[in-house]
Design a protein around this ligand. Structure first.
Ligand code: GDP
Ligand code: GDP
Length: 470
């Protein structure tokens, strides 16, 4: 099981540096792309044998005016509410500033667990600040140097007992399938998860725009589509804080949902001319996929499902993004009903890994069906965010294993004991079982397809992990 850790503190104390150290380089690179929001970054952290989600609030470095400071406060509160544990970071070289007191106040009121850390504590320059930190009333500060990797073991020691607490709690909330839940217990599990669910999606959807990438071959109609969406909405907002003039994304609202569309065609136009168009549009697509939540694969109806389209759709699935397939230039198609049928067949055959993803026919030029496309995107995003309660999952697992028992290699039946959803975006589940290494792919597919159907999660990548337990 796992927990989440939010790193909070005023700008410049070293939050991102620690985030990057815990998560590794890959994610950090993604953020170097222009136009990427850095509101709340989430990453999978590793520290010795601990695996957890780390949330970085370092998005608002340019918080100079009042409204931005307000946003920073809101952002911190959101992160604190989301996280199981907060790491409150101060700068040991600077000491305690009034802004630190504000953060301390938020944490004292809202945080479940606080670990105080005095960063930049390498050498002697940090000693004064370290002592001042005691005055915050949040316990003994850890001595860290995020940049030099000092204090990581102390951080581990601070996290370990908390992580055990979460493990125990998770285990008690995830009963074995052969134990019948009393109504009371079932209700308990339900409450916990449902609260979690509401909080989770609210945190992420309120003011952070839904990130969409439109990818596809050159001339598929990406620019036309984005312009049409903008034109229809007439809601193009100007450059936002932290996003430069060169921004390659546009922001708009659909039914009160803020969305940000990455313009990969725009990226291409900005790139060097001598680079080959074909190659470039693939790498633009790759980049866009990495920071999108929903990827719209835009096909040209006259040449649908080209190799390049298939590659990018597959990549989006492997990266765990929600996918919507849009077939463009539908206005040009003369045999619409036969073509629609053929497209669906091709889609099922060529992209089985995206089973259930929506396929929408559109005309970017005329605007036809763009409302359907928007709806498909919002739906895909909702599914991608879905959380299923542990109680429901275990009832389901019991039914699935009864209907079709797991294999028994060498006469010894594999026991699937219980399961829980460890993450959303995309949905991730862990099944505790005996001899997970002996479970075959066809049984895994049976469970994944069952999850997809029974919990209504079409078109979203589902990750299912098996962990060994007796
Ligand atoms: P954030 O705004 O809190 O995310 O801070 P950053 O991670 O961007 O760090 C701000 C500055 O402090 C950068 O120049 C870092 O290189 C520097 N920094 C971060 N950690 C340390 C540290 O442990 N020691 C020293 N001396 N500098 C650090
Ligand atoms: P991009 O390279 O993917 O950004 O493609 P563009 O948006 O530049 O469009 C390429 C060409 O396809 C242009 O000539 C567009 O006018 C045309 N086009 C785009 N969408 C449609 C459509 O829905 N129907 C038709 N008939 N033409 C379209």
């Amino acid at each position: 099981m796992s927990f989440s850790l939010a790193i909070v503190g005023r700008p410049n104390v070293g939050k991102s540096t620690l985030f990057n150290r815990l998560v590794g380089r890959r994610l950090a690179l993604v953020d170097d792309q222009p136009g990427v929001t850095r509101d709340l970054r989430e990453g999978e952290a590793r520290l010795v044998d601990l695996r957890f989600t780390v949330i970085d609030t370092a998005g608002l470095e340019e918080a100079t005016d009042e409204s931005l400071q307000g946003r920073m406060r809101k952002l911190t509160e959101r992160a604190v509410d989301m996280a199981d544990i907060c790491l409150f970071m101060i700068d040991a070289r600077v000491g305690i500033l009034p802004a630190d007191e504000i953060f301390a106040e938020i944490l004292r009121k809202r945080a479940k667990h606080v670990i105080l850390a005095a960063n930049k504590a390498e050498g002697k320059a940090g000693e004064g600040g370290l002592l001042e930190a005691y005055a915050l009333g949040l316990g003994e500060p850890l001595r860290l140097s995020a940049e030099h990797g000092e204090g990581m073991h102390e951080l581990y020691d601070a996290l370990l007992p908390l992580s055990k607490e979460f493990d125990e709690r998770a285990a008690s909330e995830a009963p074995a399938t052969d134990i019948e839940l009393s109504e009371e217990e079932a209700a308990l599990g339900e409450d916990f998860e449902e609260g979690d669910e509401a909080g989770f999606s609210r945190d992420f959807t309120l003011d952070k725009p839904l990130q969409i990438a439109v990818v596809g071959r050159p001339n598929a109609g990406k620019s036309t589509l984005i312009n049409k969406l903008l034109g229809e909405e007439r809601l193009l907002t100007g450059p936002e804080a932290g996003i430069t003039r060169d921004s390659i994304s546009v922001t708009m609202t659909w039914n009160d949902v803020p969305v940000r569309v990455f313009d990969t065609a725009g990226m291409r136009k900005k790139a060097k001319v001598q680079e080959k168009l074909e190659k470039l549009s693939v790498s633009d697509g790759l980049r866009a996929v990495k920071f999108a939540e929903v990827v719209v694969v835009l096909l040209d109806v006259s040449i649908p499902f080209e190799q390049q389209d298939l590659r990018i759709a597959d990549l989006a699935e492997r990266e765990g993004r929600a996918v919507v397939i849009a077939v463009n230039k539908w206005d040009e198609e003369t045999d619409k009903s036969n073509k629609a049928k053929a497209l669906r067949e091709e889609f099922t055959r060529l992209l089985p890994q995206l089973r259930g993803a929506q396929l929408v026919t559109v005309s970017a030029l005329t605007g036809k069906n763009l409302d359907k496309l928007q709806e498909a995107i919002l739906n895909a995003h909702a599914v991608w965010n879905r959380r299923v309660s542990t109680a429901k999952l275990n009832n389901w697992l019991g039914a699935m294993t009864t209907a079709h028992p797991p294999p028994a290699p060498g006469g010894r039946r594999i026991k699937l004991r219980y399961m829980t959803q460890v993450k959303a975006r995309p949905p991730q589940f862990v099944v505790m079982c005996s001899h997970p290494e002996e479970l075959n792919d066809s049984y895994k597919r049976y469970l994944i397809n069952g999850l997809r159907e029974d919990f209504d999660m079409p078109g979203t990548p589902i990750r299912l992990f098996f962990r060994s337990q007796g």
